[in-house]
Design a protein. Structure first.
Lengths: 222, 306
């Protein structure tokens, strides 16, 4: 599903985030990207979602070399990926239902279909009944789950998440990780960037440990 | 995407963008007012131009020919000539102004009264003013008539009095051109004003546009609500412009009627009329759309999520 081949990423300010990263994540796999902050976890996710482009090396997503995707093709490409952001990136002036529906609206899904799928997505993250609430009326954990519902509403085959448990207490964090695990169990490839090593110890998923812009210990599932 | 969903989505965005516009009623009204003023100025000039053309339309038939007779004594010759001219089929009316009458008129209107007293003889000739029939009231018809008159005995010269009408027509043509130029410049101003409003709107919604792009929105999708906002600004501005012109016409109607009354004219100031009203709103909407398209295309492309 995802393959990084000697990927370098140097930002405009001169910081080298990735210095020759290579790894592959299979279809239907669940993988954690770990490492201390600044190790390059976010950079890898941004390269997968085409928010950034590699300075050198190649990134394959879904057997497609992303170097061949022109700016015009990026929107269509992103619709096939569910992304959960660390800062949620919700629209604060819209109700929860509209936030979750956004990817479907963008894709031009018929209204009746949208309503159905939005309810299903909210049900999966345990927020059914909050459709008309505004993001600021919800707790941080609930906001995070709105972001997850939005990421999965389009039924993507690949789900990536950047520090999805960063602002949550341990119990909520565990609950959120179980949620991702459930998506993985129905066949979605899941890639999660997190520094919370204790949390992922409880999951038998593969870890890709990053350090100084390199893959330090590509270990298989324990 | 099926057509029904597409239409429903556009309708929803269209109404939704109205909601956005009225969210900031003062700012929206300001923008619409600027559009209205910019459109109302050339429109009002155009109303005045059209009315002055209507007022002078019947003057275009004023192709009178002034026939000056030889400076010889004897008033009977003028009457004889007049009689001869009246029998022509292309002549509607003939009026004789004797030299004495002409001098008296000149004395009373020119202000040269005392200077004229110094003259021993009347320097003015007898004059016959010939009005052609309506079918002959055109440059060619009057020219034929004039040539016939000049060939008559005792006629010194004949002059078609249409020159000042032609001058007036030329002046009105220039005014018309000036109005079009003004309208074009102010129209460009409307595009810039709407563009600037939309630009600020986009900057305020930068975060929202970023999120949309992150979940797969095309630039076109993100741009659509702003285009509709531009349409709403244009429509509002157009309606205000039509109202402004109507108010200005209403306030000018009375004095114009009084002025026309002094000239014994039944002229009444007429407004834009429904067809112009509709056209103004169409143009205004078009300018609003263009302004928002230019601004939104540029500034939304520049927003790249990080």
């Amino acid at each position: 599903m995802i393959r990084f081949d000697q990927v370098h990423k140097r930002y405009a300010n001169g910081r080298e985030a990735l210095a020759g990263v290579s790894f592959a994540i299979e279809d239907g796999e669940m993988a954690f990207l770990t490492g201390h902050s600044g190790a390059g976890k976010s950079s890898i996710l941004k390269l997968i979602a085409l928010i950034e482009r590699p300075t050198r090396g190649q990134v394959f997503v879904g057997n497609q070399n992303t170097a061949g995707i022109k700016p015009r093709g990026i929107p269509q490409f992103r619709r096939q990926i569910g992304v959960v952001f660390q800062d949620h990136k919700l629209l604060f002036d819209r109700p929860i239902a509209d936030n979750v529906a956004l990817p479907l609206i963008i894709a031009g899904t018929p209204k009746r279909e949208i309503d159905k799928r939005v309810r299903a997505a909210l049900d999966q993250v345990g927020l059914l009944g909050k459709e008309m609430s505004r993001p600021l009326e919800l707790s941080a954990g609930e906001q995070q789950r709105v972001g997850i519902a939005r990421a999965i509403v389009g039924k993507p085959r690949l789900l990536i998440a950047d520090e999805p448990t960063g602002n949550l207490d341990p119990e909520l964090a565990l609950e959120t990780m179980r949620l991702f695990k459930r998506f993985n169990e129905v066949g979605v490839t899941v890639v999660i960037a997190t520094h919370d090593v204790h949390l992922i110890d409880q999951f038998g998923a593969r870890r890709i440990v990053l350090g100084d812009g390199r893959v330090a210990a590509p270990s298989a599932a324990a | 995407m099926n057509v029904q969903a597409w239409i429903a989505r556009h309708a929803q965005t269209f109404v939704g963008s109205l909601g956005r516009v009225v969210q900031h009623p003062v700012a929206a009204l300001m923008t619409m007012a600027v559009i209205a003023v910019a459109l109302a100025l050339p429109l009002l000039l155009n109303v005045l131009l059209q009315n002055s053309r209507a007022a002078t339309a019947d003057w275009n038939q004023a192709f009178d020919i002034s026939v000056y007779l030889d400076k010889k004594p004897g008033g009977a010759r003028a009457q004889a000539l007049a009689k001869q001219l009246r029998s022509r089929p292309d002549v509607a009316a003939v009026r004789v102004i004797t030299a004495d009458e002409a001098l008296a008129q000149f004395r009373s209107t020119s202000g040269f009264g005392t200077a004229l007293d110094a003259l021993r003889d009347n320097p003015l000739p007898d004059t016959v003013v010939v009005t052609p029939t309506l079918p002959a009231s055109n440059p060619r018809g009057t020219q034929i008539l004039k040539n016939a008159i000049v060939a008559m005995p005792d006629v010194q010269t004949a002059q078609i009095d249409s020159q000042w009408v032609e001058r007036l027509t030329a002046i009105l043509a220039i005014l018309r051109r000036v109005i079009w130029l003004t309208a074009a410049l102010l129209g460009a101003g409307v595009v810039l004003v709407v563009g600037n409003t939309i630009r600020l709107d986009i900057l305020n919604r930068r975060a929202e546009i970023e999120v949309m792009k992150l979940v797969g929105a095309t630039d076109g999708f993100a741009r659509r609500p702003f285009l509709y906002s531009g349409v709403w600004y244009g429509l509002g501005g157009g309606i205000l412009a039509v109202l402004l012109v109507a108010a200005a016409v209403a306030s000018l109607a009375k004095p114009v009627e009084q002025l026309a009354g002094l000239y014994g004219s039944p002229l009444r100031l007429s407004g834009l009329g429904l067809r112009w009203d509709v056209a103004v709103m169409g143009v205004s909407i078009g300018l609003g759309w263009l302004g928002s398209w230019l601004a939104a295309t540029r500034h939304i492309r520049a927003i790249v999520p990080r």
